[in-house]
Design a binder for this molecule. Sequence first.
Ligand SMILES: [Mg+2]
Length: 243
Amino acid sequence: MTKDVPPPFRDAALLLDLDGTLLDIAAVPDAVVVAPGLIGDLRALRGLLGGAVAIVTGRPIETIDALLGDAPFAVAGEHGGAFRVAPGAPIERPDLKSPPEAWLDQAAAAAARFPGAFLERKARGFGIHFRLAPDTGPAIFAALSALVANSPDFEMMPGLMLWEVRPKGADKGHAVRRLMRHPPFAGRLPVFIGDDVTDEDGMREARRFGGAGWRVPDVFGDAAGVRAWLRETAARGAWAALK
Ligand SMILES: [Mg+2]
């Protein structure tokens, strides 16, 4: 179990992954449910932490807005491919490449070969989900790997029952560095919470800033455990004891 010592609550910034961390994983990404009370708890924490609550996700920022409204102060979407550093600020997109259209066509054709698998397009990349076709992971990996094999600009990343093609430089560590340059995050100690391999860059970077990086299965069990801890932390105005 990896359980970093939490920084003093009043000095912390909370950087939270969404799926599998705040929300239970659903069979398809559109089917996620925001648990009652979560938005209120995030707002309360934002008030207690001088605003320093951000969502750091692979999803587009627009999806976070639809799910969580104005609860987070800042959102990093698409693994750091899109940022909104403050409420109402424009969405910024670092200068990263977009994948060739031909790749999207080939990925769509690959997904169509595997019943239950489906393509998700993102502004800077794309992925094939296979939660509904769990045996197809290796074949999907092979199909997408063939696309990026000789590319200097793109890489494959695993997700939860997902293989994704993303521009290099779009990862959650990069997202943490960028958020921590802006108030109210700058000068605080980031606590990054995530459940999946793509979160490990964010956790590592949070530790480099003197904060903490916590894997949901190790520290909280599951997203319900994270939500319970956030609720207790918001109610106390201080870190609740970790499991
Ligand atoms: Mg996740």
